[in-house]
Design a protein around this ligand. Structure first.
Ligand SMILES: CCCCCCCCCCC/C=C/C(=O)SCCNC(=O)CCNC(=O)[C@H](O)C(C)(C)COP(=O)(O)OP(=O)(O)OC[C@H]1O[C@@H](n2cnc3c(N)ncnc32)[C@H](O)[C@@H]1OP(=O)(O)O
Length: 277
């Protein structure tokens, strides 16, 4: 398998097909021999998750259900950032309809990614705060380049990581560590994240990152797929059902929360600080 993959990546046998996407917000390539898909987020400069990017991801995940997808590696085309998390402009002075549509698409995308039956790896090639961390945590395995930041930092911005974001973290690093990290809104360095198990492996550089992601994929492809996915979904179903059974309430929390004047003030100040950087 390793030799086959090397041949493919070195281009001696080109069986990698671009996956026709309706937008260029995600680049999707499928290796027709192995069925492994690379989904690269491509919304410069920092892959902030707005409605359009989430919709492109969601559409891809739906499409993959009908393709011979054996596994998916999620990464980013940005040189420095995996994803900057939710697009703050979606939460700053939106209309109720726009905010509702945005949140619904975030929920849709997360449900698809978290419940994907095939193996999923986050190849985290840059910073991954808040919603970026959620995407990474929704994959089964996380590998990260050195000296970047990852975590659910919402508290530091005066907002709150929703229950399902929190559940994902708890499932990975345990309740005590998650409680501390969520209350403080900690952004961990890649090295710290590896120590507490928020990421599974540290890569030395981007090349090593993709090699390690393919290595993990090769291991998983050696397992009986039905048994593999049944165990995966068994572990994830409580977290999934908690959101699926309360989507409307979760949306109402979001809307009520972001329309508070204090929250809008915090968002405005944070956006200004980011622009001034
Ligand atoms: C009872 C229960 C109640 C529940 C209620 C729920 C309430 C709401 C829940 C909301 C959950 C929120 C989740 C989120 O994901 S919020 C977003 C958090 N993200 C961040 O804090 C990251 C911010 N960005 C950065 O720190 C840096 O940009 C980064 C380290 C990622 C990259 O740094 P770099 O130096 O490379 O790039 P710049 O900072 O110069 O940024 C480039 C431009 O991009 C703009 N930018 C950055 N991040 C965002 C973003 N998240 N959204 C929109 N725009 C962003 C930045 O302003 C720069 O723009 P300009 O080029 O125009 O200056």
């Amino acid at each position: 398998m390793f030799v086959l993959r090397q041949c493919l990546t070195l281009g001696t046998k080109s069986s990698v097909r671009n996956f026709a996407a309706a937008t260029n917000l995600v680049n999707v390539k499928i290796n027709e021999d192995t069925g492994v898909v690379i989904m690269e987020l491509n919304k410069p400069p920092v892959n902030s998750l707005n409605y359009e990017l989430l919709e492109a991801m969601h559409r891809t995940l739906v499409k993959l259900e009908n393709e011979r997808c054996s596994g998916m590696i999620l990464t980013s085309s940005s040189p420095n950032t995996f994803s900057a998390g939710l697009d703050l402009l979606e939460m700053y002075k939106p209309t109720v309809d726009k905010a509702r549509k945005f949140w619904g698409m975030l929920q849709n995308t997360w449900i698809k990614l978290y419940s994907a039956p095939y193996p999923t790896v986050a190849a985290i090639n840059g910073h991954s705060p808040a919603g970026g961390c959620l995407l990474a945590m929704s994959c089964e395995y996380r590998i990260m380049v050195p000296k970047k930041k990852i975590g659910l930092n919402e508290t530091q911005l005066g907002i709150v990581a929703p229950q399902w974001f929190q559940d994902c973290m708890k499932n990975i690093i345990g309740s005590r560590q998650a409680e501390k990290a969520l209350i403080a809104g900690t952004l961990f360095s890649s090295e710290e994240a590896a120590k507490i198990g928020l990421i599974d492996e540290l890569a030395t550089d981007k090349e090593d990152l993709m090699k390690k992601a393919h290595d993990f994929m090769d291991e998983q492809l050696g397992l009986p797929p039905l048994a593999r996915s049944t165990v995966k979904i068994g572990f994830r179903k409580d977290t999934l059902n908690r959101l699926i059974n309360s989507r409307e309430v979760d949306t109402k929390y979001f809307i009520d929360f972001i329309f508070q004047p204090k929250v809008q003030e915090s968002l405005e100040m944070y956006l200004q600080a980011l622009k001034k950087k």
